[in-house]
Design a protein around this ligand. Sequence first.
Ligand SMILES: [Ca+2]
Length: 332
Amino acid sequence: MKLNSAFKAFGVIGSVAIIMIYFQNCGPMDASQLKTLSEISSQTSDTSGSDEADNSTDETPSGSTQAPKGVQFFDSFETASLEHTNIHGFRWGGTNRTSIVSSSAVVYTKGESINTPKPEGRNWNAYAGEHSMRFRYPEGEAWAEQRYEMGTAYPEVWISYWVRVPENYTHGPIGSPRNQKWNAVWTDDYSQHGDGPTEVFNMRPDGSGGGSASTVSIVKATNMNSAHRESYPGFIKVPEDRGRWMHNVFYLKIASSPTADDGQVKWWRRWQGDDSFTTLANMESVGLWPNSGPQGFSAGYIMGWANGAYAEDTEFLIDNFTISTESLLIID
Ligand SMILES: [Ca+2]
């Protein structure tokens, strides 16, 4: 029931008047903070995939379908379903214009395996292996979203995944305001429906003529309002970033006590082939107090409501979704 009610809450943040507070924090990560996959032995909760990705063309990424060591949950969608779980009972929620696709067909949606051939002119090549999760925003439609429940509450949690920028990407021009949801993570329930805080990672127009900036907003942090913060212009540049795969890494830390303003919210990004991460957000004094219920982060969604609807059918692909209690700033 909680999940159902949460599904109805998508639009709350989008209706909040926003105050844009800009400051960049975009230096590359110190090399000492990075790991490489060569330093990480193979250990996975997803044994369905293969390391041998399809490298038949230069445009096909070759990411690993093997989970980094020690992660809590990893899904490269190579099961061709949303039934993957872990010891805590991670659970993908219902699909909302999301599906699992192979390079040639839709293979799973709305809880069922299907085989709907890919329309002509689309590129559904996964980042790793043969499958990815597709988010489809039809022309003029604002909502494509995939929810999940972590099965437990993490006082500190790392989340990462790869996103392919749509090949026809232009920041949605229809509607106002035009901030787009990118990722949200919460403690007990989404946004105003929860007693505890919710983190929302967003995009907004960056004024460049179709590109997007990234922003962070927080609902029910005790020491700040829900304004958009930490704007990073050039999050997606148009046209040069169209069709590129980007690695997103998020870190969330709940406050250490009900009186401490030491919660943290961080966000990094690197494009495929980059050997360092760019910091998009670095917030270290946030009053992220759990109020009641889970004493940590327990659920979230990927993508979500686009206040600026797209003028053309627009598809994002997601791959290698990962949850960990250890750093995911990994160069693979
Ligand atoms: Ca995959």
